[in-house]
Design a protein around this ligand. Sequence first.
Ligand code: ZN
Length: 144
Amino acid sequence: MTTDNRLIVCPHCGAVNRIHPGREAEAACGKCHAKVFEDHPLELVGSTFDRHIAKSEVPILVDFYSPTCGPCLMMGPQFADAAKTLFPRVRLAKIDTSAEQAVAARYGIRAVPTLILFRDGREIARQSGAMNARDIEAWTRQHV
Ligand code: ZN
């Protein structure tokens, strides 16, 4: 575990903040003063996805899902639980592949749900199929 400050993107205004390890839970954005990092999944869209993936020094686990997919709906609360246990080691985020088809195509998403773990702007692991919170957490911890 590094003790260096980590860059993290504000989900509210997009500003890149430098956060001291251990201060994630109370850190407020220097620009908009909202909380920079919370323990629930962040809903991304095409315009915010790239910025979070590229600029964040915190690993980001993205749930590529569709609102009409049964297994995705079942996994939703499990993913939210995993966001709590993985906080603040990893940020969890979701993107609706039916609305953001360009992003889904860029990552070759053929089945939902698919989880992709990103670090420093690069994909480091992916897994398709619904998982429960415990499995999401265990799988993620293998890689970060
Ligand atoms: Zn902000």
